[in-house]
Design a binder for this molecule. Structure first.
Ligand SMILES: *Cc1c(COP(=O)(O)O)cnc(C)c1O
Length: 395
């Protein structure tokens, strides 16, 4: 027998870069702006509701698609913010975070050999889920332009579609670039989905994190509702990434396909957390605008700090990440640069080349997360100053 018990197609997937960089942060005492998790708790109403649910005995298997109260809250939230009307009984499924929703969707919709169009750099679970399904990814590269916005080439997108295309996997607002796809870009994608009769799966976990530009769910474009599964999660919006409560919404026949797979992956998810997420989704608009405003202030401070330190900064329109070009600081390879960064100035970032199939396109780019307390962002900015040309080392 082969000495490696792991199936061959999963062997290229090593442990993630996050583990290596977070370990480095712990070892060196660096400020960790690598992994994207907040360092404060979510809304107190939500936390209290979870504690109450535990005490009240919500501790056994909930229904397969999620508890009715949460499914209703998900549809009301979608109606309130995006004008999408859905049936909470047939058009919603609660999942173990957005991650399970993505995996279950791809496993439910893709036959081996089917193709998935996605945009690179991509969230790391996409490639693994596509591979587990035996499907093939067709990445379209997002490239930073001189104005600081990431764009894709229309011809490259068209060329990625073909007779085996089964679905488009779109993440907007986009991690790691911070790009928010424009209405024109979305219309182009929607047109191709219809021309090739494919599904669309949208990862909108950062739906509330846009800074002065509109977020438009692809499902709201003409002709898209019937072919789109929209995925989101409580983790980012309510600063509870460890809860892993996510969901997918879409037409009943698509949700039903996802349910078929999901019931054998996890069956159901965290019953006491479900009523709590329902409470959070129903919070007044001021919660959502306050959350965005706080992160926007963090973004502005980190973008200014990185610029001052000498990076080529690509200011994000959404999410809680900012990417930066290391070449103005003499760097050529992001992995090398990130390994040395804690020693040089006591800050951890992650190289984004690991999220590309065409690694060369992202070799010079690294990502910083700003979902941290303002004083932590300020401390990182202070430390990054040491990189600025003209500031003597050790000062
Ligand atoms: C964090 C993240 C996820 C995972 O969400 P969970 O709810 O924690 O599973 C999925 N997609 C993107 C783009 C993310 O940044």
């Amino acid at each position: 027998m082969n000495s490696d018990p792991l199936i061959e197609r999963m062997r290229p997937f090593g442990t993630t870069i996050f583990s290596e960089m977070s370990a480095l942060a712990v070892r060196t005492g660096a400020v960790n702006l690598g992994q994207g998790f907040p360092d404060t708790d979510g809304p107190p109403e939500m936390l209290a509701a979870a504690a109450q649910a535990l005490a009240d005995g919500a501790n056994q298997y909930p229904p397969l698609p999620g508890i009715p109260v949460l499914r209703r809250a998900i549809t009301e939230h979608e109606q309130r913010f995006w004008g999408l009307t859905r049936d909470p009984d047939t058009e919603v499924v609660v999942t173990a975070g957005a991650t399970e929703a993505i995996a279950a969707t791809i496993l439910a919709l893709c036959e081996p050999g089917d193709e998935v169009v996605c945009f690179e750099p991509y969230y790391d679970s996409y490639a693994a889920s596509i591979t587990l399904a035996g499907a093939v990814r067709r990445p379209v590269t997002l490239r930073p332009e001189p104005d600081g916005r990431y764009r894709f080439d229309e011809a490259e997108l068209r060329a990625a579609f073909g007779p085996r295309t089964r679905l488009v996997l779109l993440n907007s607002p986009h991690n790691p670039t911070g790009k928010v796809f424009t209405p024109d870009e979305l219309a182009l994608i929607a047109g191709l989905c219809q021309e090739y009769d494919t599904y669309a799966v949208t990862d909108e976990v950062y739906e509330h994190l846009v800074f002065g530009v509109p977020h438009t769910p692809l499902a709201t474009l003409p002709g898209m509702r019937e072919r789109t599964l929209r995925i989101s999660s409580a983790g980012k919006t309510f600063s509870c990434t460890g809860w892993k409560v996510g969901w997918a919404t879409g037409p009943a026949r698509l949700v039903s396909a996802v349910l078929r797979v999901k019931q054998f992956l996890t069956f159901v998810n965290a019953s006491p957390l479900q009523p709590a997420v329902a409470v959070a989704l129903g919070l007044p608009d001021s919660y959502f605008s306050g959350f965005t405003a706080g992160l926007r202030a963090n973004r502005d401070r980190l973008v200014a700090g990185l610029t001052e330190a000498g990076f080529g900064v690509l200011p994000p329109e959404g999410t809680y990440f900012v990417t930066a070009d290391i070449r103005p600081l003499g760097g050529t390879d992001g992995v090398e640069f990130c390994r040395e960064l804690p020693g040089r100035c006591g800050v951890v970032a992650v190289p984004t080349q690991v999220f590309y199939d065409h690694r060369e396109a992202g070799r010079h780019l690294i990502r910083f997360a700003f979902c941290k307390r303002p004083e932590v962002v300020d401390e990182a900015v202070e430390r990054l100053r040491k990189l600025a040309p003209g500031v003597p080392r050790g000062q």
